[in-house]
Design a protein around this ligand. Sequence first.
Ligand SMILES: [Ca+2]
Ligand SMILES: [Ca+2]
Ligand SMILES: [Ca+2]
Length: 214
Amino acid sequence: MHAQTKLAAIALTALAAYVGPVVQAQTLNHLTTIDNTVAAGDAKCPDQPFYLYSGGKKDNYAAPADSVYPRPELAAFVATCPTMSYDPKTSNACQRDSFNLQNTRSVCHAIIEFKTKFTGDVPGNDGFSIGHVDGAGTFQSVAGMSNPYSVTTGVQRFSLDDAGLALLSVQTGVNMDKTPQDSVLDLFAQDDFKVDYFHIWVWYGKNCAETASC
Ligand SMILES: [Ca+2]
Ligand SMILES: [Ca+2]
Ligand SMILES: [Ca+2]
């Protein structure tokens, strides 16, 4: 093949390979890339071990699907949207999973990590949130983002900012008002992507009975 023609063919092949969702802006809510390593959490909270809560296996979306375990309140949230497991290609479905947290502590530091990829029909209107569905059925947001797949199809890792840590502390009983059954972190995401796994590392701190700063 003539050299110039060959270059044009390579360019066309590259263009054809890049057929995916239009890149959408990702807006972070109480998330930051600062201090998003375990070493940073250990340094911020030197007297505390971390707890790692996990949903799904880190298996690059491999079959079989990895189970989700949403509690009833989360399963009922936007019940018209079908719940998806971790891993399968998904369109117009919702990711729901619940994690039982400690219930008499503040949060000193927290990191989330997940892997996701766009697989559905309409990009640009999707979201990924962690929080808590309260007794009235309202999702009390702690942190999250729009268009979770838009920056990379690889692993993403963030830490919670100070406001996010304060919101998570409320869910983990800093005010000494949470029962174990209600100290749960809910993950809710929708609706055109697949998720390989979700991890959250939490370093706990003191509660209002132990500190004068509450
Ligand atoms: Ca799997
Ligand atoms: Ca969508
Ligand atoms: Ca997986």
